[in-house]
Design a binder for this molecule. Structure first.
Ligand code: PMP
Length: 392
């Protein structure tokens, strides 16, 4: 209880904390609490009871490459991709991890060679997710090393390119950029390829695709991520990493994820047959579109910030033309203005452009906070006028 009290004091955006116009807003992380009301409204639909003798074994499915994957979760994940149409899951190996963060490291391990004299270079096109460099280098592995922006990578040697699409931080749709494909491996981080963030234009089919429950349903606390992998040997090596690192993934989390994904899939089927006018993705897409509309209005009246426009595209899931409504706003200030610093004056904590190998005139702001925090962000942004002075 003590730890919980401490955590609530430390976090200014805790659900129980009332915000005042002067409160500090922490929008530096993409904590996906925006979707809580949807799940709260479902009442007991996702509640599960786990007894003392349940789930005691390390093992789940010894016939599967990923032997610690609960079959219910594997089935739920396959079903989810079929319903949404965002990625091929049939005939793909599923490996789960403690968040896709663990799978990122497992995939680097799986693609690198212990016999190589030099660590393999890991690159991603800037601006890239700020956690890729530290996650790659924190153990100073002899197998792989961070080599920065994929656009400027000119080494002839082997490489791994991370393709994050839609991209964190700027929401763009991406493809691999390094041309020397013969010597390279690709990891597609598709954490945000869900209808609430971007139109689902095609069924993704890449060698290694990473997904996470955190951004799909908002259940970041369960720490469930999954990889869809074409090659059995690569899937086996990814599984080995997780075996060495944590001997598997929490079964409680897996079953909760299976339950939640199952409820989403049921909702999708009712939606298709017009038995229901809302399912999770439709709700979340509407929420994100409303937030982006309000953000654009606030930014327009601020005279200080600007935002890129995203193209309209047909979303095969929603069945309409939609625009991207990314999980982060990539705010731009005028040249020579440090955007993160300016926002800090407004008591809004964000990540500055430099952390993504971009200019400091940019900053990344989470769009996934609770309503109260988001509304306060709008107030703070629209109150700022040209020259950086704060109104009122
Ligand atoms: N990839 C990207 C692009 C992300 O933004 C995040 C979360 N911020 C992750 C991976 C990791 O998510 P998790 O470990 O919660 O699954």
């Amino acid at each position: 209880a003590n730890a919980i009290t401490k955590a609530s004091l430390a976090s200014p955006n805790n659900a129980k904390t009332r915000l005042s116009p002067d409160s500090v807003l922490n929008l530096a992380q993409g904590d996906p609490t925006a979707f809580e009301p949807y799940w709260r409204n479902l009442g007991d639909k996702c509640t599960m009871v786990i007894s003392g003798s349940d789930l005691m074994s390390y093992l789940s499915d010894m016939g599967n490459i990923c032997w610690f994957l609960e079959p219910e979760l594997a089935e739920a994940i396959r079903h989810l991709h079929i319903e949404v149409g965002n990625a091929i899951s049939k005939d793909r190996h599923i490996v789960i991890g403690t968040g896709s963060t663990q799978l990122y490291q497992a995939a680097l391990y799986a693609l690198s060679s212990p016999d190589s004299s030099e660590p393999i270079s890991v690159v991603s096109a800037a601006p890239y997710y700020s956690q890729y460099p530290p996650q790659t280098d924190y153990l100073r592995s002899g197998l792989y090393k961070w080599a920065g922006d994929a656009f400027t990578f000119d080494n002839d040697g082997p490489f791994i390119e991370i393709v994050n699409s839609p991209n964190n931080p700027d929401g763009t749709i991406r493809e691999a950029v390094v041309v020397n494909k013969g010597k390279g491996w690709l990891i597609h981080d598709l954490a945000y390829y869900w209808p609430q963030y971007t139109p689902i234009t095609h069924v993704a089919d890449h060698d290694i695709m990473l997904f996470t429950l955190s951004k799909c349903t908002g259940h970041a606390g369960s720490r469930i991520g999954w990889a869809l992998v074409k090659d059995a040997e690569v899937a086996r090596k990814i599984t080995n990493f997780i075996e060495f690192n944590s001997i598997g993934v929490s079964k409680e989390s897996q079953l909760r994820a299976a339950k939640i994904i199952g409820v989403i899939c049921d909702g999708c089927q009712d939606f298709e047959s017009s038995k229901s006018d809302t399912n999770f993705f439709e709700y979340a897409q509407r929420l994100m579109a409303e937030r982006w509309k309000k953000l654009r209005e606030a930014v327009r009246s601020s005279e200080v910030f600007s935002l890129a426009e995203y193209p309209l595209d047909f979303c095969n899931f929603i069945g309409e033309f939609t625009k991207s409504n990314p999980a982060f706003a990539w705010l731009q200030c005028k040249e020579d203005v440090d955007c993160e610093k300016l926002l800090r004056e407004l008591k809004v904590m964000v990540r500055g452009g430099k952390q993504f190998e971009a200019d400091e005139m940019y900053a990344r702001v989470s769009m996934l906070s609770r309503d109260e925090s988001f509304n306060l962000l709008l107030e703070k942004l629209s109150g700022i006028k040209g020259g950086g002075t704060i109104n009122g």
